[in-house]
Design a protein around this ligand. Structure first.
Ligand SMILES: [Zn+2]
Length: 274
């Protein structure tokens, strides 16, 4: 998957329910994501690339349709067996976190989101919702620019849903929009950010920090696509990897990083990936 400048791809994303006049091309990526990214592939071949993305809908979807060369080690790197408690399959039914929150961030047009967990995964929906909300509320998160805002909702319309599901369910939902997640990666299918339970529970070999950090990378990367960001790459040896970099495929000399902004509000950027 690649970058920001692409035109919206296949319409896997339903139109946003709420009107927004300031935003232009909303990415409709279907992307995959391993937070750091694994992305995807399309067609027969799959590209596991990043993402952790879901990146928006169309954008990643478009990327996903182009066969991507995937280094074999990138695949193996994502192929760790699940830990006990991370089943490959479950019921296929989702439990929506019955919690709602205040608006996160100062932006005047908050994106409403739900957190849903597949029944049988052992993940507590409410706790996951709290964790995801805290990631979005972090001062190093996307709301740092004062323009973006989010709000957790338990029902009613939503702009996107973060769904944590077993690899089989992720494959099924992502496969329905033409993405092969291969039991390993996340994807963005329409308004659904599909988070592979294996990634949520076990992280990535390219990320040595705590699992909470890797979850932040998944959420920030995918939500980054949702608000229009494409992929970026390492800006230079020893620097922090942009959150929109597909870090799971290697850090290229950068240091792993899960936040879009530094603690003092500077965007941690890198060259756009064409
Ligand atoms: Zn991505």
């Amino acid at each position: 998957m690649t970058s920001t400048a692409q035109a919206p791809g296949p319409s896997t994303s339903p139109p946003r329910r709420r009107r927004r006049t300031t935003r232009s091309a909303r990415p409709r990526n279907v992307a995959v994501a391993l937070a750091a990214g694994v992305a995807l592939i399309a067609g027969v071949v799959f590209a596991l690339r990043d993402d952790g993305d879901g990146g928006g809908g169309g954008k990643d979807a478009a990327r996903a349709t182009a066969p991507a060369a995937l280094p074999p080690d990138a695949i193996s790197a994502t192929s760790r067996p699940p830990r006990p408690g991370s089943p490959a399959t479950a019921t296929g039914e989702f439990i929506t976190a019955k919690s709602s929150g205040a608006v996160i961030g100062r932006g005047s047009d908050p994106r409403r989101f739900k957190v849903m967990v597949e029944e049988g995964t052992g993940v507590d929906a409410k706790r996951a919702a709290a964790e995801i909300s805290a990631i979005l509320a972090d001062k190093r998160g996307w709301t740092s620019d004062g323009k973006h805002s989010f709000q957790l909702v338990a029902d009613g319309p939503s702009d996107f849903e973060v769904k944590i599901a077993t690899p089989d369910t992720v494959d099924e939902i992502c496969g329905a929009v033409g993405l092969d997640t291969h039991g390993e990666v996340n994807c963005d299918a329409g308004t659904q950010i599909m988070v592979n339970l294996k990634r949520w529970n076990t992280g990535s070999p390219e990320f040595s920090g705590p699992i909470s950090g890797y979850r932040a990378l998944i959420v920030n990367h995918e939500v980054g696509h949702r608000i229009g960001h494409g992929h970026e790459t390492c800006p230079g040896k020893g620097k922090r990897a942009p959150v929109m970099m597909q870090q799971i495929y290697g850090l290229k000399g950068c240091a792993a990083n899960e936040w879009p902004y530094s603690a003092n509000g500077r965007y941690i950027e890198g060259p756009a990936v064409p």
